[in-house]
Each structure stands twice: as C-alpha cells, then as structure tokens.
Design a binder for this molecule. Structure first.
Ligand SMILES: Cc1ncc(COP(=O)(O)O)c(C=O)c1O
Length: 390
C-alpha cells in the first residue's frame, strides 16, 4: 500500500497535516506586512519554547548551521574551547571549533555514557587562569540516546565564567530546557525534531554575556552574524530571503505546541520513552543505554539480539510495515538501531511501532513471548494516564 510510510527516526519526524496544508500555500513575499506579522508571532512563540526573554534567531539552514553560527560568532583563533563529547554530535562541536582555529580540548566518554559533572567540575577548578573561554555540550545525544545533565553542567560553567554552548537540537520541544533559568549562554535547535516541521530551519538564542563575547569576535560569520539576526527579530524581519514556507509551517506548529503546553509535551515524550524501554525489556531486546536516569526521552537505541542483524530488523520493519527506524552512526553502524519518538508522535504511533517490531522480531526468529512488548507498553501508558488524572 502506498503513502503509509511512518518515520520513527530521530528526525526528520512526522509532520502534522495542518502544517503540511499551510506549507502548501503560495509563498508570501518576505518583505510583506503579512509575513512580518507572522514573524512577530513566531519570534515570540520561540522565546516561549526556549524559555528565554532574549531574542531567538532563525536561520535558513539545518541544525549544523546554527552550530556553526554559535561558534563563529564568539570564538576567535587561538581561544581555548572545552568540548564535552558523548557521541557524534558532541564531536561536531569540537570539529567546528577547530575549523575556526580554536585550541580544542575534549572531555570524552564511551558511547552510551553521559558526562559526569564531577569530571567537569574538577577540570574547571584546575583552570585557575581562566583560559577556557567556551564549553560546548550536547543536551540530547541523538547518536547514542543519552541525555546530559545540562542544568548542572551549565551551572558549573557559569560559576567558572566561561560561556556555555548547548546543542538542544533534539531536546528543545521534547524535554525540559530552560535557557535563562539554567544559565545557558547559547542554546540552539532545529526544525525537524521537536518542532514537528520539515528540515531547513535552525534556531539560536544567546545571553547578554554571549552577546558581549560576540562584540569581541574579530571575524564573525557574515551569513549567521548575531547582530544582523538580533536586529531582524526586533524589526519582525529577516536579514536575507528566508525559507518562507517553513516559517509558515513553524507558525502553525508553534500554535499546536502552545495548545498542548510545554509540560504536556514533555510528559508525552517521557511516557513514550518509558513505554518503548519497557517493551524492549519485555521482548529481551538489550537497551544500549541501560541506565534510565540518562536515557533519552526522544530516541531509544537498541542492540540487536544474538543471531539477528540491524539491517534485517530495519529492512523487515520497512518492507512489512513501512516504518522507518534509524541505523547507528559512525562506529555504531549496524551495531544498534535507533527508534525516534520525538515531535509529532502519539501513544498510538508508539504502540503500532512496538507491535510491528514484535512481528518483525518474531518473523526473524527471535525468542520472546509474542505480545509481551506491547503489553508492557500498554501498562506504562495506562499508568501514566492514570497518574495524570489524579
Ligand atoms: C543532537 C544533534 N545535533 C546536531 C544535529 C545536526 O543537525 P542537522 O542534521 O539538521 O544539521 C543533529 C541531527 O540529527 C542532532 O540530532
């Protein structure tokens, strides 16, 4: 059957029909008053999503564009950047910082682990001459399914005096992130994740301290220049021709998000992650991240059981059920598969993905009690709903 594909990958994520229909309209003129009033609402709603009183800049670029924007506006050649690396996306910060000539040091852990705050605290205390200018980190490491304790890590960076730069690409709109309250200096995100729209836009908010660092930056990026985007937000405009239809999509998606409410959005992600994890355990499918405390609420990484391969699981899910699940990345290719449950994903989607995975594993000869995964997920979802009613 055609037109039934369902993306259970960690982005792009499924897009609501109302968003798709609004996107399908003729493009607006990007200097029209109609577009300007849409921008005014979008810019305000983004502050709500990022939990900040500061402007949120919107770049017509994928998430990596906002990463480059963050580094290239505050880091000078020779600056010391400490990158906290727990996977591929944490490594990307280090690569971008190196590309502008920064002296990069890393605190790195094995895939599947989070940064231990005590290790960062020790390194920052050793830096008595305050040489470290910037600390980069990933909130939700999509390549491994691990979430860092960004609140604690950023508090440490703030106490030291360096700037914190946080990749919230798969956390903003999925799990609690409070830019101002947590003292995050630069927080970025992308459109194709918690924001439920297609890829192509990325977001960045920065603190007054980060703006001061920008003033000291010798060669800030031209396309991503902070000052140009700050002025644009205040003028309800954009510096260059933006992806107007994606802004229309974002406007509709943000209305939906506000209707649901941030707390409900976070609760939905948390219960879906819990349901997937309970299902995997009930199906004897080893979780890549055993520790529930650091496991992502937006994506779950799973190891294939003995004798069954990741390509077999992914291709059977696609062929028999038209459900797309992601492979591992880098060294984890074919070692894990990743189920995204972020953005426009309901309990129904999670249950159908789990039962489809059960059918897949049964077909591939995995030994487990058929139905146990779905039953475990149903219990988790029901329990969460009962609690919400109290
Ligand atoms: C945590 C994280 N950071 C950065 C990126 C890069 O974003 P993009 O592929 O939109 O450039 C991704 C994309 O999946 C991501 O999940």
């Amino acid at each position: 059957m055609q037109d039934k594909e369902f993306l259970m990958i960690p982005g792009p994520t499924p897009v609501p029909q109302s968003v798709l229909l609004d996107m399908a309209k003729h493009p607006m003129g990007h200097r029209s008053s109609e577009f300007s009033s849409l921008l005014s609402e979008v810019y305000n709603d983004l502050k709500w999503a990022f939990q900040t009183k500061n402007e949120v800049f919107v770049y017509t670029a994928s998430g990596t564009g906002a990463m480059e924007a963050a580094i290239s506006n505050v880091v000078n050649k020779g600056d010391k950047v400490l990158s906290l690396v727990i996977g591929n996306f944490g490594e990307r910060w280090a690569k971008i910082a190196a590309s502008v000539g920064a002296e990069v040091e890393k605190i790195q852990v094995d895939p599947g682990q989070a940064i231990n705050p005590a290790v960062l605290s020790k390194r920052l205390k050793e830096d008595v001459n305050k040489e470290i200018k910037v600390v980069t980190m990933t909130h939700n490491e999509t390549s491994t399914g691990v979430t860092n304790d960004v609140q604690t890590l950023c508090a440490m960076v703030q106490e030291h005096g360096a700037l914190s730069i946080v990749d919230g690409i798969t956390s903003v709109g999925c799990m609690p992130v409070k830019a101002d309250e947590w003292g995050i200096d630069i927080l970025i995100s992308g459109s194709q994740k918690g924001f439920m729209i297609p890829p192509g836009l990325s977001f960045l908010t920065c603190s007054e301290k980060a703006m001061k660092a920008y003033e000291q930056c010798e060669h800030p990026s031209f396309y991503f220049d902070f000052k140009a985007y700050k002025k644009a937000v205040n003028d309800n405009s954009t510096p260059y021709t933006p992806a107007v239809n994606l802004f229309v999509a974002l406007h509709t998606a943000l209305q939906m998000m506000k209707k649901e409410g941030l707390e409900n959005i976070y609760a939905r992600h948390a219960r879906n992650a819990k349901a997937v994890r309970a299902a995997m355990r009930a199906m004897n499918m080893p979780l890549f991240v055993e520790d529930d405390e650091i496991a992502s609420k937006a994506i779950t990484a799973v190891l294939p059981p003995e004798g069954i391969t990741v390509p077999q699981i992914r291709s059977t899910m696609k062929k028999d059920f038209d459900i797309v699940i992601a492979n591992g990345q880098g060294k984890l290719v074919d070692k894990i598969f990743r189920m995204g449950h972020m953005g426009f994903v309901s309990d129904r989607d999670v249950l159908s993905a789990i039962s489809s995975l059960e059918a897949t594993m049964y077909k591939l000869g995995h030994k487990f009690e058929v139905g146990a995964g779905t039953a475990a997920a149903i219990k988790v979802l029901n329990e969460a709903k009962q609690k919400a009613l109290v």
